[in-house]
Design a protein around this ligand. Structure first.
Ligand code: GRF
Length: 224
């Protein structure tokens, strides 16, 4: 599927970003859009809680924000329904999970299949879930990193698109490792979004396709 051109230029895809926290990945994406490197229409940032730094970043960038405050709902399913409605109302071509700390219900994942990306701080399929830095250090791994992947029903298990890979140094701490891995996230996430926006990246038949080639392995960017 390619994005149809409007007035000779590529139409900018409507992109919504979901956050729960500090929003440094959101900021990296905003910076790339501002610099002209990433041509997308950042039409909304949605948070699952009020008062977080990521919302401030969006507001400063002039991006409309919405909050679906999960704590205000007695039933989790009602919060999920509210989130689904907010998403639907923004009519996104692409949904970006950037530190969104909720497991999405199957209906939302299915609705945006092939149009929803996540970034997870591990070299998937290793270390799905939480505390990935600690788990990699404790296991004595030689490398750790982060993965951009399409979102599918199984948590942190969708097809991987691109990974940033760093060596784990002697005396590495969770904090030092996280800091280095996150610098790489700010490179690989905008890159994957750019591929999608340019119509080069697709989920097809359960696999990642980049430039009309089925990817058997994610692209790898190594720490310099
Ligand atoms: C990122 O490190 C990402 O790997 C994980 O959550 C973190 C979000 O950080 N999914 P931020 O909110 O973008 O600063």
């Amino acid at each position: 599927m390619s994005i149809s051109p409007i007035n000779g230029t590529r139409a900018q895809i409507r992109t919504v970003i979901l956050i729960s926290g500090s929003g440094t990945n959101l900021q990296a994406i905003i910076n790339e859009v501002r610099s002209g490197e990433l041509e997308i229409n950042l039409c909304a940032v949605i948070s699952d809680r009020p008062g977080i730094q990521g919302l401030e970043r969006a507001e400063q960038a002039g991006i409309p924000t919405r909050v679906v405050d999960y704590q205000k709902f007695e039933q989790r399913a009602d919060a999920d329904t509210a989130l689904g409605r907010e998403l639907e109302s923004t009519a996104p071509d692409l949904v970006i999970l950037a530190g969104f700390m909720r497991i999405l219900p199957a209906e939302i994942v299915t609705r945006y299949r092939g149009h929803m990306l996540n970034i997870h701080p591990s070299l998937l399929p290793k270390y799905r879930g939480l505390h990935t830095y600690r788990r990699a250090i404790e296991a004595g791994d030689s490398h750790h990193g982060s993965t951009v992947h399409f979102v599918t029903a199984e948590l942190d298990a969708g097809p991987a698109i691109v990974q940033y890979r760093v060596p784990i140094n002697a005396n590495e701490t969770e904090a030092s490792l996280a800091a280095r891995v996150q610098q790489g996230e700010y490179l690989i996430y905008p890159r994957a979004i750019c591929w999608f926006a340019e119509g080069r990246l697709r989920l097809y038949d359960g696999d990642v396709w980049l430039d009309n080639h089925r990817q058997t392995q994610p692209a790898i960017l190594n720490e310099l």
